[in-house]
Design a protein around this ligand. Structure first.
Ligand code: 5GP
Length: 207
């Protein structure tokens, strides 16, 4: 990853953890003018409301595999049997001009941290597993089979939050948004950030 004066943030959460809505809200803040979101490639099928080039670049499995062979991804992972990846081109173009927000799973977050140790990893935690399941159901985007799969995967994902720089409790949209803004716009350090996530919560979520 090229040395760069801009900052790079990775935001993760279990599926249904609320990262997409929070990040969308971040871009309504005038302080986001020097921020851009990295758009990933995915081979997953488009869901209702997904917009090409805004949510993802939707590519076929074959095209994705070809890009892997050609080393066009900075990182990629298989999540829920689909490919998701950050293309080198996407980062090289955007990171030259602005701070970047990447919305990735833990595999992507760890890979980016290895490549760029200044990257700040942010994890959004639900207040309980029940809340997470409720959110997955309410967003009405997945089949019940897919919801179950995403829910089972959530515990694994939450375990990985221990390596993140910032843990945000997403119990309330506005409070989580305020925490995210502190990290992105106020440059608060992990040491000075007063996380509302207690160790007991993480323990309870992954048990
Ligand atoms: P969804 O299907 O709900 O849009 O995303 C599933 C998971 O893939 C989410 O945890 C999302 O953050 C993650 N994801 C999206 N894009 C990428 C990417 O480029 N790389 C990696 N490693 N994960 C990604």
């Amino acid at each position: 990853m090229p040395e760069n004066l801009h900052k790079l943030f990775v935001v993760s959460s279990p599926s249904g953890g609320g990262k997409t809505s929070l990040i969308a809200k971040i871009f309504e803040d005038p302080r986001s003018s020097n921020f851009q979101k990295s758009i990933s490639d995915t081979s997953r099928k488009r869901r209702m409301g997904d917009i090409e080039g805004k949510d993802y670049y939707f590519v076929s499995k074959e095209d994705f595999e070809l890009k892997i062979q050609n080393d066009q991804y900075l990182e990629y992972a298989r999540v829920f049997e689909n490919y998701y990846g950050t293309s080198r081109e996407e980062i090289e173009t955007k990171f030259q001009h602005s701070n970047l927000i990447l919305e990735l799973d833990w595999q992507g977050a760890y890979a980016i941290k290895k490549l760029f140790d200044k990257a700040q990893l942010i994890f959004l935690l639900p207040p309980s597993l029940e809340t997470l399941k409720d959110r997955l159901k309410k967003r009405n985007l997945d089949t019940s089979e897919s919801i179950e799969k995403r829910f089972l995967e959530a515990k694994k994902e939450i375990k990985k939050s221990r390596e993140y720089d910032f843990l945000i409790l997403n119990d309330d949209f506005n409070r989580a948004l305020a925490d995210l803004k502190l990290i992105l716009f106020e440059e608060i350090t992990p040491k000075n950030f007063k996380s509302r996530v207690r160790k007991e919560l993480v323990k309870r979520l992954v048990e």
